[in-house]
Design a protein around this ligand. Structure first.
Ligand code: PLP
Length: 360
């Protein structure tokens, strides 16, 4: 067996310990004679899996009791609709557009009400986080929406926007569990799990209880109602059982490493290896304003498209996968989520140094 260094923006690398454990349990989960994929979601055994996953996530993120944790399916993109369907009571929301995912959420929300773009960084290809200290927040806004970490552009909100008292909602897909997050600053956070947490398809919604509405419009699909999902313990229908089981294992893996403070330290050290090199290189350049850099996604360019393509091809040959940048930024992007070992980034930087020397 040989495993590559996978720098994919998602689905991403999972911890090897988790994959190995899942492999061992694949055919016979803890002596029950079947796989988690095969067992009833109404069984005691699966109930224990989902309960433990929730308890571990609550502990890791320090989630207060007045927040519900929902394990849903359909990917993060389904919540681009789920959020406005459930939270737009006045029919108004303010969106901060800092990348393609925020933009998609902004466009989707327009199907359900009046949506204001209160800030954007599109003028400079989303390479920075706009000043959000004094936004033109709509008096009637039901919430203010951000995409916390912008996967494609490699920016992150180091400081949360001033919402002037309105509920803050965040898509945390690509920074989920990468560092501590004060959940109490948000009414709702959600994310697809396929970067730091588990297999694609599962999404986790963490919502303050008072935002869960009973009076949703008749047209809201039952499956999209947070109330229905909360009342049914995320099991209104058959949940993505196997995905939830893997998420649970990842939560335990993070706990074993020392929790989110330890994960942050690990991620900071890892990202510094790459950023320090980018800041010293004559060939490679980071594309993001330094103060807005993400710990998770690191886009960079040489400034020469042919050289970029040569780099991506040679890197692949050398066992560094999925380094091609998004088409709107060009160049390269190294996604260095929780499970990417520091050694992977060190080896990548060694390779970049060699490439620079050979192609200068
Ligand atoms: N939000 C962010 C920040 C993402 O990075 C992605 C996917 O990469 C999505 C949403 C969409 O997620 P999904 O494919 O699970 O719908």
């Amino acid at each position: 067996m040989s495993r590559v260094y996978n720098f994919s923006a998602g689905p991403a690398v999972l911890p090897e310990e988790v994959l190995k454990e899942a492999q061992e349990e694949m055919m016979d989960y803890r002596g029950c004679g079947m796989s988690v994929m095969e067992m009833s979601h109404r069984s005691k055994m699966f109930q224990t899996i989902i309960d433990e996953a929730e308890a571990d996530l609550r502990e890791l993120m320090n989630i207060p009791d007045n927040y519900k944790v929902l394990f849903l399916q359909g990917g993060a993109a389904l919540q681009f609709a789920g959020v406005p369907m459930n939270l737009m009571k006045n029919g108004v929301a303010d969106y901060i557009v800092t990348g393609q995912w925020a933009k998609k959420a902004y466009v989707e929300a327009q199907k359900y009400g009046k949506v204001n773009k209160v800030a954007s960084s599109e003028d400079e290809t989303f390479s920075y986080i706009p000043d959000c200290s004094d936004l033109p927040i709509d008096e009637d806004a039901d919430y203010v929406y951000i995409c916390m970490n912008n996967t494609i552009y490699g920016t992150v909100f180091h400081e949360l926007p001033n919402t002037k008292g309105k509920t803050l909602v965040a898509d945390i897909s690509s920074c989920f569990l990468s560092e501590p997050l004060d959940v109490t600053k948000f009414g709702l956070v959600y994310g697809g799990v396929q970067k730091n947490v588990g297999p694609s398809g599962v999404q986790i919604v963490i919502i303050r209880e008072d935002l869960i509405r009973e009076d949703l419009p008749q047209w809201v699909p039952t499956m999209m109602s947070y109330k229905v999902q909360a009342d049914n313990g995320s099991m209104y229908n058959t949940p993505p059982c196997y995905g939830i089981y893997i998420c649970g294992k990842v939560f335990k893996w993070i706990k074993g490493l020392g929790g989110l403070e330890a994960m942050k330290k690990r991620n900071e050290e890892k990202a510094a290896v790459l950023y320090d090199f980018l800041d010293s290189s004559k060939m490679f350049k980071g594309t993001v304003r330094k103060e807005d850099r993400s710990l998770m996604n690191v886009p960079f360019v040489t400034g020469d498209k042919d050289l970029d393509a040569k780099f991506v091809a040679e890197a692949k040959e050398a066992g560094f996968e999925n380094l091609k940048g998004h088409r709107t930024v060009g160049g390269m992007r190294a996604s260095i989520y929780n499970a990417m070992p520091k050694e992977g980034v060190e080896k990548l930087v060694e390779f970049m140094k060699k490439f620079e020397a050979e192609n200068a």
